[in-house]
Each structure stands twice: as structure tokens, then as C-alpha cells.
Design a protein around this ligand. Structure first.
Ligand code: GLU
Ligand code: MG
Length: 437
């Protein structure tokens, strides 16, 4: 059949969805200059395709300008046309950033980090997902057999990650039913979040080319294992040297990194509405699920909101370059741009407030009484999306990090998402999210 190659110009929105419009590939140069028309109220389309209350109504026009640095041309060499997409920034027609452009919101947060500290953020996103249409044999968690079941998928994925400029890191059969995990090498600035989107898109595409389907939903079933997004972070100074590690600092954190982590933990109960933004996210964020339930720092502890990752003497890489910390209270219902923006703003706030490096917890916080918890300076993270949104909206410092009416629009979007789930059982809510993500 006759075909003309198209390319998708896309963006990541409040629903954590990648939405876009395609144009003929032959128009590429023109589209990079002129962009493609975009509609303001699109930002209120929830993950369930309902439109939440929107201040824009049917009015307004925006332009999505593709950024050439994000162009992905993924040729599977299977006789079918390559997958082609490019991510962009949403601007007003006068060229200024639009208040709900998630990528511009992250750019502003990274600029604030650079202005206050002179540092650049380096990040790498870990993705967990499960196959929806497979039945991996019981007993396959972390096994060679579990890996071999999806070996072809993983090998295609590794090859096309490289083509898309993402460094393949590790691939494994995770603990959950039909659950797998893929990790990537680190990248600087906006590219870390761009790569998160490109990776999740290519995971979906590879699944489709293998006639399969995956879901990144935060929780497949109420008692199941969660799919988390873990974000590894470190800093580089203006000379490109690692600036996160100080062997004399608490747990190896440099002074600036310690204050950054302290800020993330201080504001975590108010930003979790942005980093883990679905209704089912809050069942995942409960004790003993290897996610995060408190605003604590862990030293190599997988039940902490922020974990200091191991550095090893046996590596050929210097410790200062290996050293990083991992944010674990995130999932794929969020836009990676918004996740990282919220984390960076909270971290820079901590630096501006001169917060001291936090202590790492050594105990199971779920065993402490509320009194003991608060005496030690910890809070239990909100236990529902509704409660998380209340903390977000009530924290004037946090809402001030976002431009214009963004905070209010965000809350209205999430209220629209919750309204769709009214009267559903927990299992039905999980199924709805599994289908949506
Ligand atoms: N699946 C867990 C989560 O929901 C994480 C397991 C791990 O440590 O990789 O975040
Ligand atoms: Mg994992």
C-alpha cells in the first residue's frame, strides 16, 4: 500500500501521557522552525480521556516547537517504517513558554539550580513495567529463565536504545508477575527527562513490534507489586567535575548535595502529588513494598524516599563519579519533567534555606508511633491522592515554584481524574490505570 512517512511532534503533559500530532517527514525543517499548533485545554485531558475543569475552555492557541536534540528515528530493520518522533516545548504564539509546558517548567527549575549553585543536574531514570498478555512461569523473579523469556524483547530494546542515543544499562526480570526493569545511563540537564520519555516510548514500541503490550501502571492490583520510577541524581560543576560526593560529609554527601536532599525530604509530602500522581500510587507508597512511605533518607536502603546508592572500590570508576542518590517516591503516572522539576525546586529550596545534611534512617519507621515519628522529624507521606493534593495546594512555597495558574490547573486536572473513578472498586481502579498506562 502507498504510504508517506510521518513524524510525531510530542509533549509530556500533566497526565504523564505523551501526546502529539504528526506531520510529513519531508516538512521536518519547516516544522522545527515554525512548530505545530496546540490547544490549551489538551492539558486537562486526563489519563481516562475525560476533560477536567479547564480555565481555557475552547479558547486559545499555542505552538509546539520540536527540539532537534530529542529526535528519535528508530529503525527496527523488520521491513516496517521506522518509528519517528520528536519532543517539543509548548509556547505562546509570541514565543514565550506556556504556563503548563512541563518541559519549560523543568528548564526553569534547572536554571534556578544553576543560578543558586552553578551546578548541572545529571539524572538517570529506572523504569519498571509489566507485560499485560504474558504468563511468566511462577518462580521467575530475577531468574535467568525470567530473562530468557523476554530475551529477544530486551535485545531489540537494547539495540534501539543505542540508536536513540540512550546508553543501555541493565535489563532484568523484576519481582512482580510478568514485571521487568530497564535502566539507562545518566545524562545532563533536560536530556535526563527527555530520555525517560524516549525510553518508555520505545519500550511500548518494541512490545508492539513483538505483538505484545506493556503497562507502566504504578500498581497492577491492590495486593500486587508496584511499578516504580526511580530517579538517580548527581551534580557536576562548571568544569564538568562530579560535585555530589565528599568523603568527609555525612554518608558521603557534599554540603550542597546534603542540603539538596534535605530540601527534597522537607517538601516531599507536598510534592508527592506531582511525583506519584495517580490514585493507585498511594497504595504503592506503603511500608514493605520497597517503595517509600516516609520522608526519610536511606543509606543503601530500598524502603527510603531518597536512597544513597552504593559506590564500590572494585569499580574502575572513581568513587566521586559513581556516587549518586536515588529518588524512589515516583511512578510513571507522572511526567518526568514535572517529577524532576518538583525535586529540583525542593532541593534548591533546601540549599537556599541552608538545611543540614539529613541522617539516614537505620530502623523500620512503620514500627514507630506517630509521636516518635514526629519527634525524629519524619512524616508519613499522604495516604491518598486527595490528601497529597491538599498538601500540595496548601504549601505556598511549593506552588510558587510553578508558573502562572499551573498549580491550580494541576489540582483541577487531578480532581477530574479522581471523578472518573468514583464508585469503582479498588480492583476496578487498578484495571483502569493498567489500561491507561
Ligand atoms: N517495585 C518497587 C517499586 O514499586 C521497587 C523494587 C526495586 O527496588 O527495584 O518501586
Ligand atoms: Mg526495580
Amino acid at each position: 500500500m502507498k504510504r508517506e512517512e510521518l513524524m510525531l511532534a510530542c509533549c509530556s503533559d500533566i497526565a504523564g501521557k505523551i501526546r502529539g500530532k504528526a506531520f510529513p517527514l519531508s516538512d521536518f525543517e519547516k516544522r522545527v522552525r515554525r512548530g505545530i499548533g496546540w490547544t490549551p485545554t489538551n492539558v486537562q485531558i486526563t489519563c481516562f480521556d475525560a476533560i477536567a475543569e479547564s480555565p481555557y475552555g475552547a479558547l486559545g492557541d499555542l505552538v509546539l516547537i520540536p527540539d532537534q536534540a530529542t529526535r528519535a528515528d528508530i529503525d527496527f530493520e523488520d521491513g516496517l517504517p521506522p518509528e519517528r518522533f520528536i519532543i517539543g516545548d509548548i509556547r505562546e504564539t509570541d514565543g514565550s513558554p506556556w504556563e503548563c509546558c512541563t518541559r519549560s517548567i523543568l528548564s526553569a527549575a534547572l536554571e534556578r539550580l544553576a543560578d543558586v549553585t552553578g551546578l548541572t543536574l545529571v539524572s538517570a531514570f529506572e523504569h519498571e513495567f509489566h507485560f499485560r498478555d504474558k504468563a511468566c512461569p511462577l518462580g521467575s523473579a530475577y531468574t535467568t529463565a525470567g530473562f530468557r523469556t523476554e530475551r529477544a524483547f530486551m535485545e531489540t530494546l537494547s539495540a534501539v536504545m543505542r540508536d536513540a542515543g540512550i546508553v543501555p544499562d541493565t535489563f532484568m526480570k523484576e519481582y512482580g508477575v510478568d514485571q521487568y526493569e530497564v535502566t539507562m545511563g545518566p545524562s545532563e540537564g533536560l536530556t535526563g527527562a527527555d530520555n525517560s520519555i524516549i525510553l518508555s516510548e520505545i519500550i511500548r514500541t518494541v512490545a508492539q513490534r513483538y505483538d505484545s503490550a506493556v503497562s507502566f501502571t504504578p500498581l497492577r492490583e491492590p495486593a500486587g507489586v508496584g511499578n516504580g520510577v526511580h530517579i538517580h541524581m548527581s551534580f557536576r560543576d562548571t568544569n564538568g567535575n562530579p560535585a555530589t560526593y565528599d568523603p568527609a560529609g555525612k554518608h558521603g554527601l557534599s554540603t550542597v548535595s546534603g542540603s539538596f536532599v534535605a530540601g527534597v525530604l522537607k517538601y516531599l509530602d507536598a510534592i508527592v502529588a506531582v511525583t506519584a500522581p495517580s490514585v493507585v500510587s498511594y497504595t504503592r507508597l506503603t511500608p514493605h513494598r520497597w517503595s517509600a512511605a516516609y520522608n526519610n533518607l536511606g543509606f543503601r536502603d530500598r524502603e527510603a524516599a531518597v536512597r544513597i546508592c552504593p559506590v564500590s572500590d572494585v569499580s574502575d570508576v572513581a568513587k566521586a563519579s559513581q556516587y549518586n542518590f536515588e529518588f524512589r517516591a515516583g511512578d510513571a503516572a507522572a511526567s518526568p519533567y514535572l517529577q524532576l522539576a518538583a525535586i529540583v525546586h525542593a532541593g534548591v529550596q533546601g540549599i537556599e534555606e541552608g538545611l543540614a545534611s539529613p541522617d539516614a534512617t537505620q530502623e523500620d519507621l512503620s514500627l514507630l508511633s506517630d509521636q516518635d515519628l514526629s519527634a525524629k522529624g519524619y512524616v508519613r507521606l499522604p495516604q491518598t491522592l486527595e490528601a497529597a493534593l491538599e498538601r500540595f495546594a496548601a504549601n505556598g512555597t511549593v506552588t510558587s515554584w510553578f508558573p502562572g495558574n499551573f498549580a491550580d490547573i494541576y489540582v483541577k486536572h487531578k480532581q477530574g481524574e479522581m471523578a472518573f473513578l468514583e464508585n469503582m472498586s479498588e480492583a476496578e481502579v487498578c484495571s483502569a490505570y493498567e489500561a491507561a498506562y
